[in-house]
Write a protein that binds this ligand. Structure first.
Ligand SMILES: C[S@@+](CC[C@H](N)C(=O)[O-])C[C@H]1O[C@@H](n2cnc3c(N)ncnc32)[C@H](O)[C@@H]1O
Length: 277
C-alpha cells in the first residue's frame, strides 16, 4: 500500500495535468521519444532482467523495457490514476504480457527489497518533495549491483533552442496558475548536476552527461500552438497573439513536424548494496 508524500503533485497528475497527458498521450510520447535511444542505451536492459520504470506515465517506456527484458518483466509505477489506466489498456491492446503497473508514490512506496535489476525513468524523478529520501527508497528496490538510468531537463535558458522558442508563450500569455507553476518548478528540480550528485549520495559510479535531442511539438506551427495552449484548460487567446506564437515556431517546421533542440541530462548510477544512509 502506497503512502502519498507528494500531495501537490498527486493533485496535479490526477487533475487537469494528468488528464491532459492522458488525452494527448501519443503526442506527449512523440514529444520526448527522441530521448529513448540515450535512455535505453544507458540502461542496457538484457533479456532476463526485472525493470522498474519510475513515473511511467502512460507506459510507453515501460513497454519498451518489457520488450527488452523479454524473459524478465517490467513494472511501471506512477502517482497518476488516469495515466495508469491508459498504460494498462494500451499494454493489453498491444499484447505485451510481461509488463504491469502499480499506483505508487515512488518516494515512499514499499517496493520489494532488491526486487529489480534496473531502474529507469524518462522524466519521472524530478517531482519529489524530498529527493534524498526518494532515491534512498528507490535504492532499496534494487539488488546490489543494480543500475539506475534516467533523463531529466537541463536548465532552461536562451542558449537552449527549445526554451528560447517557447519563451514567447510565457511572455504573451497570462500568468500561469499555481498548479502549473508548481509543476514547472519541480521539472527543474534536478537541472543542476551538483544537486543530482547530492541526491544520489551513497550510489556508486554516478555519471551526468549532456544529451541533445529533438522534441516534436506538432505537425506544423498552428498544430503545435494549439497543443501548447490546450495545456491550460479554459485559456483563450486573440488571433493576433495566436499568430505571433505561430510565427515563433514556423522556423522549426520540418517534414517531420515542429522540432526543437532540447537539452537534458542522462544520469546513470549503480547501487552497491551498502547501508541506506
Ligand atoms: C513528465 S511525466 C513523464 C511520464 C513518462 N515517464 C513519459 O516519459 O511519458 C512525469 C510523470 O511522473 C509521475 N510522478 C510525479 N510524481 C511522482 C511520484 N512521487 N511517484 C511516482 N510518479 C510520479 C507523474 O504522474 C507523471 O506521469
Amino acid at each position: 500500500m502506497t503512502r502519498i508524500a507528494n500531495f501537490d503533485q498527486a493533485r496535479a497528475w490526477n487533475g487537469a495535468l494528468g488528464n491532459h497527458w492522458a488525452s494527448h498521450h501519443e503526442r506527449y510520447d512523440t514529444l520526448v521519444s527522441g530521448l529513448n535511444d540515450a535512455l535505453f542505451d544507458a540502461a542496457a536492459i538484457t533479456a532476463g532482467e526485472r525493470v522498474l520504470d519510475v513515473g511511467c506515465g502512460a507506459g510507453a517506456t515501460t513497454r519498451i523495457a518489457g520488450r527488452l527484458a523479454a524473459h524478465g518483466h517490467a513494472v511501471g509505477v506512477d502517482i497518476s490514476a488516469p495515466l495508469l489506466d491508459l498504460a494498462r489498456a494500451t499494454t493489453t491492446a498491444q499484447g505485451v504480457t510481461n509488463v504491469a503497473y502499480e499506483f505508487a508514490d515512488a518516494q515512499t512506496h514499499p517496493f520489494p527489497p532488491a526486487g529489480y535489476d534496473v531502474l529507469i525513468s524518462r522524466g519521472g524523478v524530478m517531482f519529489f518533495a524530498d529527493h534524498v529520501t526518494a532515491f534512498r527508497n528507490l535504492a532499496r528496490a534494487l539488488r546490489p549491483g543494480g543500475r539506475l538510468a534516467f533523463v531529466c531537463p537541463q536548465p532552461a535558458g536562451p542558449e537552449v533552442e527549445e526554451s528560447r522558442a517557447l519563451s514567447l508563450f510565457g511572455q504573451l500569455l497570462d500568468e500561469p496558475d499555481a498548479a502549473t507553476v508548481a509543476v514547472q518548478a519541480a521539472m527543474a528540480s534536478l537541472s543542476d548536476p551538483a544537486r543530482i550528485r547530492e541526491v544520489l549520495h551513497g550510489w556508486d559510479d554516478v555519471t551526468v552527461a549532456a544529451v541533445a535531442a529533438e522534441t516534436t511539438w506538432g505537425r506544423d506551427a498552428a498544430d503545435a500552438v494549439g497543443f501548447v495552449l490546450s495545456r491550460t484548460p479554459g485559456r483563450t487567446v486573440d488571433a493576433a497573439t495566436r499568430a505571433a506564437l505561430e510565427d515563433t515556431l514556423r522556423p522549426y517546421e520540418t517534414d517531420r513536424g515542429v522540432r526543437l533542440r532540447a537539452a537534458v541530462w542522462l544520469v546513470t548510477a549503480k547501487w552497491g548494496g551498502g547501508p541506506h544512509r
